[in-house]
Ligand binder design. Structure first.
Ligand code: LLP
Length: 428
């Protein structure tokens, strides 16, 4: 994977046609820069690959990947739905203009208040446990509503243990062997079960686990249909499609992938006489992951026992390398194509030793003051950032055909303290 880096006449890295060095100078660093066209292209490529094979197809953007309102609005305009996992995500999606009917709420370990919020918002509810089902049945406004269940198909995959959501260790979903009973219980409680759902994990570049999950979920759907007579309106295979983060990884061939999945889907629909339910997927990373980079400035070069390049972002800004050991490709914004001359560690500004963006990374010559671009920082990057070490969160900029918009202002010190109260007795 060569990440298709673009440069301008000065040789500087560009994103969406805009000079990354100039963006860093103007908006300061650390700065997330998002390419609108890239998000749109990702959406269209994925949507077309599936809908050309099976026309009743819908995508629900897993907005936990990036909940910036502008990003959500771009996908709303493309026609996407939303996979929301919390009341906050429902609230944000409604604000971004998504009709409640386009929002599927898949919470786990939710409170009664959260269930009530979802019911009153009018979004579709996808249940994760019998406990949730029983508690939902006690909410008067929820009587008779359409629901679906997330099932653990005992297949899991993902780029890290934390991101595998199917299989015996996973907290998610109902067990496949209880599925018929749970759907029957839902009907006994007066609900209208209309869908079945799974999500096996995140960051998957191999089609095989998906195929296995599709096969298993369809078999479960078939058994549920036979055991309950339910006619499914939709079958949802969740998200998880990976993107290449390292130069060695290659992109999933999305056309072939979609073809294989839809063929299997159609075969299984026939086998179990399931009719023609809407086929759904919930991509997060695939839509936004490679559409953004994090710009950060080198402030310190230190030759200690090792050589450290110190930058002004840390795991408060981008957690993935520290949390999952994730690789993010890093280039210098003024010489993105330069050949490596050294192997160095790139360290953030958080007071923890684990705050490293790269260890022993081959990089070209780097000087203090220059800008580095951390690539593929569109998914689970800003959305997982924090104010740890009392650092205000970074700004976000959207670029589209040379047009630049500040879509999130940089936080200030006041933002760090805006919700705190000191008891009066301590002020005396
Ligand atoms: N649907 C459900 C129910 C999910 O839980 C997720 C992600 C998705 C869809 C979207 O998955 P995607 O297409 O983005 O892989 N923070 C981790 C990823 C956690 C994903 C959690 N669930 C990371 O940085 O890799």
């Amino acid at each position: 994977m060569d990440f298709n880096l673009k440069t301008n006449e000065k040789g500087n890295l560009t994103i969406g046609g805009v000079d990354a060095v100039e963006l860093a100078d103007h908006y300061q660093t650390p700065l997330y820069v998002i390419d609108e066209e890239r998000i749109k292209n990702n959406y269209k490529r994925l949507y077309n690959a599936f809908s050309s094979q099976y026309s009743d197809f819908k995508m629900f953007y897993a907005c936990k990947a990036n909940t910036n309102l502008a990003v959500m609005k771009i996908l709303e305009k493309e026609g996407s739905g939303i996979d929301a996992v919390s009341p906050g995500e429902i609230y944000t999606s409604l604000l971004a203009g998504f009709d409640p009917s386009r929002i599927l709420y898949t919470g786990n370990n939710v409170t009664d208040e959260e269930l009530k919020f979802a019911v009153n918002s009018g979004v579709r509810i996808n249940l994760d446990s019998i406990s949730q089902l029983k508690r939902l049945s006690k909410i008067p406004e929820a009587q008779g509503i359409e629901i679906s269940f997330r099932v653990n198909p005992m297949v899991g995959a993902g780029h890290h243990d934390h991101c595998i959501t199917g299989g015996p260790l996973s907290k998610f979903g109902i067990m496949e062997e209880e599925a018929v009973e749970v759907y029957n219980l839902a009907m006994d409680l007066g609900f209208k079960p209309v869908g079945i759902h799974t999500h096996i994990g995140s960051g998957i570049l191999d089609p095989e686990p998906f195929m296995l999950a599709v096969r298993t979920l369809m078999d479960i759907a078939g058994r549920v249909k036979q055991g309950t007579g339910i006619k499914f309106d939709f079958i949802d295979f969740g998200g998880g499609i990976g993107i290449p983060y390292t130069p060695e990884e290659s992109r999933l061939d999305i056309k072939t992938f979609a073809e294989k999945i839809t063929n299997l889907y159609k075969d299984k629909l026939k086998e179990y006489e399931l009719g023609k339910p809407t086929m759904c997927i919930e991509p997060g990373r695939y839509l936004v992951g490679d559409a953004s980079m994090l710009l950060t400035r080198v402030n310190t070069i230190k030759q200690s026992y090792r050589k450290f390049i110190g930058v002004d972002a840390g795991f408060n800004t981008l957690l993935r390398p520290t949390m999952y050991g994730s690789y993010h490709h890093i280039v210098t914004a003024k010489t993105p194509q330069a050949e490596p001359t050294q192997k160095i560690d790139i360290a953030g500004d958080v007071c923890e030793s684990g705050d490293l963006f790269a260890r022993d990374r081959p990089m070209p010559d780097i000087e203090e003051g220059e800008v580095l671009a951390i690539l593929n920082a569109g998914a689970y990057s800003f959305s997982m950032s924090s104010q740890y070490n009392s650092r205000p969160k970074a700004a976000e900029v959207l670029v589209s055909k040379d047009e630049i918009s500040l879509i999130r202002e940089r936080e200030t010190f006041a933002d760090l303290l805006s919700k705190q109260n000191v008891p009066v007795r301590l002020l005396k």
